[in-house]
Design a protein. Structure first.
Length: 368
């Protein structure tokens, strides 16, 4: 079965894990944690990188890091992973969903402008599937309105916007290492150039007895364990060492798919923007409106090809629908037509050829 994605372990993962175990440091206090943070900050091009247990952990600590109140608003794209909405809703802030740009999986700067109010504190673009958002426009909006820019880079480590790494534009940015381009089992990271935000997040992700021992007899605020272990960091270091090679293989795979699908009946390619380096955590196609997504997925499965519908926009989920009776036509279209297809760097040219040829046959069959 050709899966959507598979972790790739062929470097120093076992060596570093063995070193971590033999050192006696398997918790979050081990040396690989600090090494991973330093390497990651240097790679992204920022002053601070603070590790955490997951990308969701970073999201859960977003509101207290910025001291947000219940009536404060965060503008985020509706076409994104569910954890974004869950964490924001749990924090009590008001979520304002915005649309994607036309035929893109990323946040529309024009729709963001329409959604800004006096209560808007954060604008949160997602570099979905490894596709960089339109950062010049979004950063300009934030700078003019004195709003914090927070990048969701969970699926896009190594992606660039005009030769600058994502995760270096925002005031605060977060990454996931759960089966992403860096796959450390579990793990996350925030990046920032703001010392105050870095220290604030570091305090919040640690139990108070760790970072604030003076408060042992009188805690002043809630903080919990959202730390990355030394074992996960050891794997992360090994994965980061060969990240550029991983991205090169992802781009090569995507180029093969682009060539196969450029003249396919019933399938449209979502082209990468010329100013970006898209890293293709997932390669996604758009089906013709006449093709039923579920039938397409079922037919592909019969041939050993795993495919999946793209995300249902968050504003359409029952959890959010009552508070967000809105229409976001661009992301609704992408959700209705989008299909994720196998994107592992383990795929050979023959594998990609088999997958693409058969998906074209299925699309043509269902189109007629």
């Amino acid at each position: 079965m050709f899966e959507l994605d598979q972790p790739y372990v062929d470097g120093n993962e076992i060596k570093y894990l063995t070193e971590a175990i033999n050192s006696g440091w398997i918790s979050s206090q081990g040396p690989f944690v600090k090494k991973f943070e330093k390497m990651f900050a240097d790679y992204i091009g920022v002053k601070y990188a603070i590790s955490c247990f997951s990308g969701t952990s970073a999201l859960m600590l977003l509101s207290p890091t910025f001291n947000l109140k219940e009536d404060d608003e965060i503008i985020t794209q509706s076409m994104t992973f569910s954890a974004v909405g869950f964490a924001m809703k749990q924090s009590g802030v008001k979520i304002v969903f915005a649309d994607c740009s036309e035929n893109k999986f990323t946040l529309s700067p024009e729709d963001v402008k329409r959604k800004i109010t006096s209560k808007t504190k954060i604008i949160n673009p997602t570099h979905l599937y490894g596709r960089p958002a339109e950062m010049d426009e979004l950063k300009e909006i934030c700078d003019k309105k004195n709003i914090f820019l927070v990048e969701d880079c969970c699926q896009a480590v190594g992606a660039t916007y005009k030769n600058k790494k994502v995760g270096s534009f925002g005031h605060f940015n977060f990454f996931s290492f759960h089966n992403k381009l860096i796959a450390s089992g579990e793990g996350g990271m925030i990046t920032t150039n703001d010392k105050t935000l870095a220290e604030r997040f570091d305090n919040l992700k640690n139990p108070p007895a760790v970072n604030r021992p003076e408060e042992r007899n009188g805690f002043s605020e809630i903080s919990m364990n959202h730390r990355m272990s030394n074992l996960h960091a050891a794997v992360g270091v090994a994965q980061l060492e060969r990240l550029e090679s991983t991205i090169e293989k992802k781009v090569k795979m995507a180029n093969f798919y682009d060539e196969h699908f450029k003249s396919a009946d019933g399938i449209k390619v979502v082209k990468a923007d010329p100013w970006s380096r898209t890293v293709y955590w997932r390669y996604t196609i758009l089906l013709d409106e006449k093709i039923d997504q579920k039938k397409f997925i079922k037919e592909a499965s019969k041939l050993g090809i795993t495919t999946r519908e793209t995300y249902l926009p968050l504003h359409l989920h029952p959890l959010f629908r009552k508070e967000n009776k809105i229409s976001l036509p661009n992301c609704e279209k992408m959700g209705k037509l989008g299909i994720d297809i196998p994107s592992s760097i383990k795929l050979s040219e023959n594998d990609v050829d088999y997958i693409a040829k058969n998906l074209k046959i299925i699309a043509k069959k269902l189109l007629n």
